[in-house]
Design a protein around this ligand. Structure first.
Ligand code: NIG
Ligand code: FE
Length: 401
């Protein structure tokens, strides 16, 4: 059996189990972009090309499973307003917030939107991210939602990484539908989602279920439309209040439920039964200076898989550092370093429906790898933004050196 490439002499963390102790020096063999062999050095018999890992730490490539990184403009002015006492909700109700990014994103040409968005994605790549989810939700009409999703797909193609695109048309109420939320939901279900599905521009459908977003009954209509189009769903749920969004998402076997600061035990139990991943977003918690913690102990007790993500967006989490999120998840949410690291690998893959192929190192999985000059995955969580990996491989191809 010939290998195209082998990474040898590496301390491997496969993330297949919950114990993230690195192995004794071993190798990963790659053929056709997949892992074809993996084991201790004494089992290594050669490859067409060999790269010596130098005793460094080898992990799966990281997965950022919740971002809104395709947008134009910024919200630095609102940051100042919030520092002077205005709340995220106050700003949204006054026509700022998500709507100010919608205005900037609608005004931008596709190329003008691509440039800063691809730059953000490149910053994630530099940190070892090899799979990324990108949501729309700053277009809020057919043409602009399609434009955002095309940019998301183009980022995947041009950067050579896996991008899962999610249609979040039910993110906020656009001005042309002011005071007509039900009519806008009709438009989402009858025009936007079918156009997106027709162009094959989304892999999933998301909604923002909250008192400044959409009500559970409206969210349910969006989920019904998604289901009719054969698209899986996920939900921004219980970020600012408990709307029963987790229970609703679980009824639709959602891939993930995200934020969850206000989720109840009933909601957590529903997620557990449905096999839905809880995606925790410590960047938004930090940046909005939230005080209500997501119920990590309840999630553990009900054995809900927990993922961690940047939520990269201009309003609530302007960051492109998943490594920083590892530290915040431990420091703010009290996750163990192992839980946090599984949250950006195995469980993040599951949040995207990619668990059969991504998120762990095992024979048959895609050869997405990150090589770190670090003692352990705990060391990557311990630093407040650990140094980037020394090498990243996407489907067996080296992305950085
Ligand atoms: O995940 N909660 C809604 N959506 C984003 C924020 C979007 C924005 O403020 O632009 C979030 O926090
Ligand atoms: Fe979000």
């Amino acid at each position: 059996m010939s290998l195209d490439l082998a990474l040898t002499n590496a301390r491997i963390v496969t993330c297949a189990g919950d114990d993230l102790t690195p192995s004794a020096p071993g190798f990963v063999g790659i053929r056709d972009g997949r892992i074809a062999a993996l084991g201790p050095m004494k089992e290594f018999t050669g490859a067409v090309r060999v790269e010596d890992g130098g005793g460094r730490l080898l992990t799966p490539g990281l997965i950022d499973c919740h971002t809104h990184l395709v947008y134009a403009g910024d919200r630095a002015r609102e940051f100042e307003q919030r520092l002077q006492g205005a709340s995220y909700e106050d700003i949204a109700r006054a026509g700022g917030g998500i709507m100010s990014t919608v205005r900037a994103t609608r005004a931008a040409s596709e190329d003008a939107l691509f440039a800063p968005s691809a730059a953000r994605a490149r910053r994630l790549l530099a940190e070892g991210v090899t799979t990324l989810e990108i949501k729309s939700g700053y277009g809020l009409d057919v043409d602009n939602e399609l434009k955002q999703l095309r940019v998301a797909r183009r980022i995947g193609r041009e950067l050579g990484i896996d991008v899962r695109a999610t249609c979040l048309a039910a993110h906020a109420l656009p001005p042309e539908f002011a005071h007509r939320a039900d009519d806008y939901i009709d438009h989402v279900c009858r025009a936007i989602l079918p156009a997106v599905a027709q162009a094959d521009l989304a892999d999933a459908v998301d909604a923002f279920c909250d008192h400044i977003g959409f009500a559970p009954a409206q969210t349910q209509r969006v989920f019904d439309a998604a289901q009719a189009l054969g698209l899986p769903v996920k939900l921004h749920a219980e970020q600012l209040s408990d709307q029963g969004g987790a229970q609703l998402a679980a009824r639709y076997r959602a891939l993930s439920c995200d934020h969850l600061e206000y989720v109840s035990e009933d909601g957590v139990a529903a997620l557990a039964r449905a096999g839905t991943v809880a995606v925790l977003l410590p960047g938004a918690f930090y940046f909005l200076r939230e005080t209500r913690l997501p119920p990590v102990d309840l999630l553990r007790r009900h054995r809900v898989p927990v993922a961690i993500s940047t939520d990269s967006n201009p309003g609530s989490s302007p960051t492109t550092s998943l490594l920083l999120m590892l530290n915040l998840a431990c420091t703010l949410f009290r996750l163990t370093p192992a839980e946090a690291f599984l949250g950006v690998t195995r469980h993040a893959a599951r949040a995207l429906g990619l668990q059969p192929t991504h998120g762990t190192l095992a024979v048959g999985k895609v050869a997405d790898l990150a090589l770190w000059d670090a003692e352990s995955t705990a060391a990557l969580c311990y630093e407040i933004g650990a140094p980037p990996p020394v090498a990243v491989f996407k489907r067996g191809v080296r992305l950085s050196s």
